[in-house]
Design a protein around this ligand. Structure first.
Ligand code: HEC
Ligand code: HEC
Ligand code: HEC
Ligand code: HEC
Ligand code: HEC
Ligand code: HEC
Ligand code: HEC
Length: 352
C-alpha cells in the first residue's frame, strides 16, 4: 500500500509543478533525504519526529553539517536556523504538545483547545511551487466565511485554523478571525485589499502584490535578516519590533519601533495626518502631561466601527462626564471629533 502511495505522489510530481523540497540539487537523495527504510514507530519512515525532524536541516549549523556529511543535503544551500527562532521569548508553542495528525481539524472539530502548533500545521513538507514561482499553501485552514479548507489559498487562512475562536487559545489571545472579518470599517489590509485611494501619508513601504499585506509582515522574527514567518521573536506579541502600549509612555524611536518600521516617525510627529499627533504622543513637559501610546487611539488589526483604525484603549480613557459618550466621529477628510475623558482631560467633544 505504502509503495503505491509513493508511486502516486511521484506521478503527481512530474506534472505542472515542482516540489520545493524535492529538488535533487538541494536534497541530494530526493525523497530519501527525509524518508528512510526503517523510521521511528508511528512516523512515515522518518528518523526523528515533529520539529526535531525538521531541525535536521533547519536547525543549527552542526545538525546541517551532519546531514551534508550523510549525503542528504548539498553543502551549497544556505538554510536559516529556524530552531533558534523557537528559543525566543515569544513564540508559537511547537515544543509543547505532541501528536499532530494530518486529519486533525482545528479548532472546533478536535474537541480539545489548540495549545500547541506544529511545523506541519503551517507547512506541508511536500509543498509545491507553481511554475510561475507562486507559492501554494497545501495545508488546511479556515476561509473568511468560516469554511474549513483542505488547502489554504491565503496565509491568513492557515492562521484562522487556530485563531478563529477565543475558546480555542488562551484567554489573553485575540480572536483574529473576528478582527479581520469583512465587516470591519477599517483594517490593516490583510483579508481585503486596501480601500484607500492614494497612499497613506506616513507609509514608507509599499503594499505587496494585490494591494494587501500578510499577518507575517508584522508577526515575524525581530531580527531584520532573520527567517520569514511567525516563528518567534524577542518582542512582545511576536512582533517584528518593540511596541509599548501603556497609557503613559515616553516617546522614542525604540518605544514605537514596530509602527515606525512602516510609518515614518518624522511624518507622524510632524502632524502630517492628524494635527494633534505630536501633542498626544510626546506630551507636554511644561504642563506635566506625559505622552501616550499609539495604542491609546489605534487598534492594531482593525476597527469594527471607525475609520483610521481608531479604537480607544479603555484602560487609558473613560466616558466623557457631561455627554456620557465615548466615541470618535469622522466629520470629513482630515476632520473628526472625540468624546472621552483622558485622565481628567475632558473632550466634550474635542475637534480637529
Ligand atoms: C523535507 C522532507 C521530506 C521530503 C523531501 C519528502 N517527504 Fe514525505 N513526508 C515528510 C514528512 C515530515 C511526513 C509526515 C507528514 C505529516 O506528519 O503530516 C511525510 C509523509 C509522507 C507520506 C505519508 C502520507 C502523508 O502524506 O502524510 C508519504 C507517502 C510520503 N511522505 C512520500 C514522499 C515521497 C514519494 C517523497 C518524494 C517525492 C517525499 N515524501 C519527500 C517529509 C518529507
Ligand atoms: C533533508 C533536509 C531538510 C529537511 C529534513 C527539511 N527541510 Fe525544509 N528545506 C530544505 C531545503 C534544502 C530547502 C530549500 C531552501 C532553498 O530553496 O533555499 C527547504 C525549504 C523549506 C521551506 C521554504 C520553502 C519555500 O518555498 O519558501 C520551508 C517552509 C521548509 N523547508 C519547511 C520544512 C519543514 C516544516 C520541515 C519538517 C517537516 C522541513 N522543512 C524539513 C531541506 C530540508
Ligand atoms: C496550529 C494552531 C496555530 C496556527 C495554525 C497558528 N497559530 Fe498562532 N498561536 C497558536 C497558539 C496555541 C498560540 C499560543 C497562545 C497563547 O499561549 O496565548 C499562538 C500564539 C500566536 C501569537 C501570539 C504570540 C505571543 O507570544 O503573544 C501570534 C501573534 C500568532 N499566534 C500569530 C499567528 C499567525 C500570524 C499565524 C498564521 C501564519 C498563526 N498564528 C497560526 C496556535 C496557532
Ligand atoms: C499591521 C501589523 C499587524 C498585522 C498585519 C497583524 N497583526 Fe496581529 N498584532 C499586531 C499587534 C501590534 C499586536 C499587539 C497589540 C494588540 O493586541 O493590539 C497584535 C496581536 C496579535 C495577537 C495577540 C497576541 C497576544 O499575545 O495578545 C494575535 C493572536 C495576532 N495578532 C494574530 C494575527 C493574525 C492571525 C494576523 C493575520 C490574520 C495578524 N495578527 C495580523 C499587529 C499586526
Ligand atoms: C504558525 C505557523 C507556522 C509554524 C508553526 C511554523 N511556520 Fe515556518 N513559516 C510560517 C510562515 C507564514 C512563513 C513565511 C512564508 C512566506 O511568506 O514566505 C514561514 C517560513 C518558514 C521558512 C522559510 C524561511 C525564509 O526565510 O524563507 C522555513 C524554512 C520554515 N518556515 C520552517 C519551519 C519549521 C522547521 C517549523 C517548525 C519547527 C515551522 N516553520 C513552524 C509559518 C509557520
Ligand atoms: C490621540 C489619539 C492618537 C494617538 C495617540 C495616535 N494617533 Fe494616529 N491618528 C489619530 C487620528 C484621529 C487619525 C486620523 C486623522 C484623520 O482624520 O485623517 C490618525 C491617523 C494616523 C495614521 C494614518 C495617516 C498617516 O499618518 O499615514 C497613521 C499611520 C497613524 N495615525 C499612526 C500613528 C502612530 C504610529 C502613533 C503612535 C506613534 C499614533 N498614530 C498615535 C489619532 C491618534
Ligand atoms: C509592515 C508594515 C506596517 C506596520 C508594522 C504597521 N503598519 Fe499601519 N499601515 C500599513 C499599511 C500598508 C497601511 C495602509 C493601509 C491601506 O492602504 O489601507 C497602514 C495604515 C495604517 C493606518 C491608517 C488607516 C486608515 O484607514 O487611515 C493607521 C492608523 C496605522 N496603519 C497605524 C499603525 C500603527 C499604530 C502601527 C503600530 C502598532 C502600525 N500601523 C504598524 C503598514 C504597516
Amino acid at each position: 500500500m505504502k509503495k503505491l502511495i509513493y508511486i502516486f505522489i511521484l506521478i503527481l510530481s512530474i506534472g505542472t509543478v515542482a516540489y520545493s523540497h524535492v529538488d535533487n540539487n538541494l536534497l541530494t537523495e530526493g525523497c530519501g533525504s527525509c524518508h528512510v527504510g526503517h523510521g521511528m514507530d508511528s512516523e512515515p519512515m522518518l528518523e526523528k519526529s515533529e520539529e526535531e525532524f525538521c531541525y535536521q536541516c533547519h536547525g543549527s549549523g552542526d545538525k546541517r553539517s551532519e546531514m551534508v556529511s550523510k549525503g542528504k543535503l548539498t553543502s551549497s544551500v544556505n538554510l536559516t536556523n529556524i530552531e533558534a527562532e523557537f528559543d525566543k521569548l515569544y513564540r508559537h508553542p511547537v515544543k509543547e504538545g505532541f501528536g499532530y495528525s494530518p486529519t486533525e481539524k482545528l479548532p472546533s472539530f478536535s474537541g480539545a483547545p489548540s495549545t500547541h502548533a506544529e511545523c506541519v500545521d503551517c507547512h506541508n513538507p511536500h509543498q509545491r511551487i507553481n511554475k510561475s514561482g507562486k507559492k501554494i499553501y497545501e495545508v488546511s485552514g479556515y476561509s473568511l466565511s468560516g469554511q474549513y479548507l483542505e488547502k489554504s489559498v491565503y496565509e491568513y487562512e492557515i492562521c484562522f485554523k487556530c485563531h478563529i475562536d477565543i475558546l480555542n487559545i488562551s484567554n489573553d489571545s485575540k480572536n483574529s478571525f473576528k478582527e479581520f472579518s469583512l465587516s470591519t470599517v477599517s483594517q490593516h489590509p490583510v483579508t481585503r485589499p486596501s480601500i484607500k485611494s492614494g497612499k497613506i501619508v506616513s507609509l514608507n513601504k509599499s503594499l505587496g502584490a494585490s494591494n494587501t499585506m500578510k499577518c507575517s509582515d508584522c508577526h515575524r522574527s525581530g531580527n531584520q535578516n532573520g527567517p520569514k514567518g511567525p516563528h518567534g521573536s524577542n518582542y512582545r506579541f511576536l512582533l517584528s519590533g518593540n511596541y509599548e502600549i501603556g497609557p503613559f509612555t515616553d516617546e522614542s524611536p525604540m518605544a514605537y519601533e514596530f509602527c515606525y518600521s512602516c510609518h515614518d516617525r518624522s511624518s507622524i510627529l510632524a502632524n502630517q495626518s492628524f494635527p494633534y499627533h505630536r501633542q498626544h504622543i510626546i506630551g507636554n513637559m511644561l504642563n506635566n502631561v506625559r505622552g501616550t501610546s499609539c495604542y491609546t487611539c489605534h487598534a492594531s488589526h482593525s476597527s469594527q466601527r471607525n475609520d483610521h483604525l481608531i479604537d480607544f484603549n479603555k484602560e487609558a480613557v473613560t466616558i466623557e462626564k457631561k455627554t456620557r459618550k465615548l466615541m470618535y466621529i469622522k466629520t470629513g477628510i482630515g476632520n473628526g471629533e472625540c468624546y472621552l475623558s483622558c485622565h481628567g482631560h475632558e473632550h466634550s467633544p474635542a475637534k480637529y
